[in-house]
Design a protein around this ligand. Structure first.
Ligand SMILES: Nc1ncnc2c1ncn2[C@@H]1O[C@H](COP(=O)(O)OP(=O)(O)O)[C@@H](O)[C@H]1O
Ligand SMILES: [Mg+2]
Length: 287
């Protein structure tokens, strides 16, 4: 059904797992993976449908393409298989390796990753789709280390006509979720959802910029949420200059009226780092 042959799923070749599914290699040539999600009841099954619908409706070179799906029933269970192209690794793995050997990203690499991620998140927002779980585990890297956004499982589509509609809250991942999402139980508007994705992008970029940076223990209280401190922004400034530090800081503003949107951030990157972006060939497709 829908281009997915269950016999080709290689359950022996486990690729990764998150909160909702397990991912295995698919096909003889290992070019694809299959994500298997088990729903225990109809409500759980319904909650998985957005992943398939949003996956099919997003068409951007840096958004993981959904290639097919299949639904099976086994007694009371629904088993959903979703096929995607296989990527090299997650940004999580890359960051952990780099932290281990204390290898920093170059400014060019930071700008390239930042611009690609901002462009794809902006594309989603433009389609009124909010990812809601942007974090290094959900960012995959292709063979050239270009980032690709995956796992729209927590995503929401809120049509423009319903700009004022409130969306019930659902937690992403605490370390990367905006503080207002963690702290409040209020329902969310489109703008809140946009700015929450913006915060998560800021968290990912700050982490990429701070490889090997030990936080001063005197300012890190035990039990603190993982937030960024003055000290961290000073380090980003020292390594990559005050403009990049300023752009990342714009995403990590607690006050929503001060926080930059992803669209504004992409514009800032292009105006300040135009030469780097053009040199890297992010020309016609992205600019
Ligand atoms: N296309 C892919 N190529 C390679 N690894 C993948 C791919 N898709 C997912 N993975 C791995 O599987 C993990 C779980 O996939 P994900 O879609 O994030 O599921 P969940 O919704 O359970 O978090 C990812 O963090 C990653 O390690
Ligand atoms: Mg995931």
């Amino acid at each position: 059904m829908f281009g997915l042959n269950k016999n080709l799923i290689r359950m022996d070749r486990f690729v990764g797992a998150g909160a909702s599914g397990e991912v295995y290699e698919y096909g003889e040539d290992s070019k694809y993976v299959v994500k298997r999600i088990i729903a225990n009841n109809v409500d759980e099954f319904i909650s998985i449908i957005p992943e398939v619908v949003l996956g099919f409706s997003c068409n951007h070179p840096s958004f993981l393409k959904l290639k097919g799906f299949r639904i099976e029933r086994e007694k009371k269970l629904f088993i959903i298989y979703i096929r995607f192209p296989k990527m090299k690794e997650t940004l999580r793995k890359k960051l952990d390796e780099k932290k281990q050997i204390k290898e920093k990203y170059t400014l060019e690499e930071i700008i390239r990753n930042f611009h690609v991620l901002a462009s794809v998140i902006e594309y989603l927002h433009h389609k009124s789709i909010y990812h809601r779980d942007i974090k290094p585990e959900n960012i995959l890297l292709d063979d050239n280390d270009n980032p690709v956004i995956a796992d729209i499982g927590a995503g929401k589509f809120v049509p423009e006509e319903e700009l004022d509609s409130k969306v019930s809250k659902m937690l992403g991942t605490v370390n990367y979720s905006a503080p207002e999402i963690i702290e409040s139980n209020a329902e969310l508007t489109n703008r809140d959802l946009q700015l929450a994705d913006a915060w998560s992008l800021g968290m990912v970029m700050a982490e990429m910029c701070l490889i090997g940076h030990e936080r001063d223990p005197s300012i890190t209280k035990q039990g603190d949420k993982k937030e960024y401190y003055e000290d961290d922004f000073e380090e980003i400034e020292k390594r990559y200059g005050n403009i990049l530090a300023m752009i990342i800081r714009g995403l990590l503003k607690y006050n929503l009226s001060e926080r930059k949107t992803v669209h504004e951030t992409r514009k800032q990157l292009e105006s300040h780092f135009f030469n780097i972006l053009v040199k890297m060939g992010l020309g016609e497709d992205y600019l």
